[in-house]
Design a protein around this ligand. Structure first.
Ligand code: GUN
Length: 292
């Protein structure tokens, strides 16, 4: 078993991003600029957004965080997005999900200008991704591709089973792994909550990507000997063992699955850190006008 070490790879890639950001500053007099919008006080979202802002600073980007209470109306939020869309000093915009029930995540996602949609959630970017045209890739799937690339893992011809079909991870991940690209060129199976016997499919996976949001969902009996296992799970539980008061668990029973796998991501220290890299790379690409 070898570890797909998100900490090591993310630090290495962030060093490269910082070099490019410094070049942009030298050549244009401005830093790439990310705007993050956070509504409410969801514990997970607070942590993730704080990490995104901190990492912007680390690589020499500007960042702005707009915070709103849960009472903000959909109209007010859409108006704010419109304002940031038009701001020439902003390269990337993200609205942290989930949003309160009275606000449509679809409307918000579609309001963000595709040219600044560094989360890659806008239908224009998703469509362009599917067609293999230049686009912002959703940050988590992008981070996973970067990780596979850094470790030189050849995915062509492999059977990739994606567990979960969310807009943020499972769905775009399955498209990316099936595309005629490297990483990619896999035969892809998508499993989800209505799949009657996930084990039947997961046992045949050469590459198993799990984004279902259930602690220890994938057990050792569900994994083929020598499989590559990517755990996207971010299940937070309160804990007296950690300084933050929370402990993070993946969707994979790491202790028992790791000995069977050829490569595996830990949680924490795996995919979560790579998501940030995906976001930073998109923001950099936007500042360099590489996509649009
Ligand atoms: N919520 C969970 N993951 C993400 C993400 O990658 N971007 C945003 N905006 N919200 C999320």
């Amino acid at each position: 078993m070898q570890l797909l070490d998100g900490k090591f790879v993310s630090e290495k890639l962030k060093e490269r991003i910082a070099i490019e950001a410094a070049e942009i500053l030298k050549n244009t007099g401005r830093k790439p600029h990310l705007v993050a919008i956070l509504v409410g006080h969801d514990g997970g979202s607070e942590t993730y957004v704080a990490s995104k802002i901190k990492n912007c600073e680390k690589v020499g980007f500007n960042s702005t965080l707009y915070r709103f209470e849960n009472t903000i109306t959909e109209e007010e939020l859409l108006h704010k997005i419109d304002e940031v869309n038009k701001d020439p000093e902003t390269d990337g915009i993200l609205v942290q999900l989930p949003l309160p029930k009275h606000i449509s995540a679809d409307k918000v996602t579609e309001k963000i200008s595709p040219e600044k949609d560094v989360d890659g959630f806008h239908p224009v970017n998703l469509g362009r991704m599917q067609r293999n045209l230049p686009s912002f890739l959703p940050a988590t799937p992008y981070g996973i591709l970067l990780m596979l690339q850094e470790y030189g893992i050849d995915t062509a011809g492999k059977h990739c089973v994606v567990v979960g079909r969310s807009n943020i991870v499972g769905s775009p991940m399955s498209i990316l792994m099936a595309r005629n690209t490297n990483p990619g060129n896999c035969t892809v199976t998508i499993c989800h909550s209505k799949t009657p016997d996930i084990k039947k499919y997961s046992l045949d996976a050469d590459i198993l990507i799990v984004a279902i949001g259930k602690k220890n969902f994938i057990t050792a009996d569900m994994v083929k000997e020598g499989a590559i296992v990517i755990d996207v799970g971010m299940n937070r539980e309160t804990s007296s063992e950690t300084k933050s008061g929370f402990k993070l668990y993946g969707d994979v029973d790491f202790e028992h699955v790791a000995p069977k796998s050829s490569w595996i991501t830990p949680v924490p220290g795996g995919v979560g850190l790579m998501t940030i890299v995906g976001l930073l790379k998109n923001t950099l690409a936007s500042a360099k006008k590489e996509i649009y």
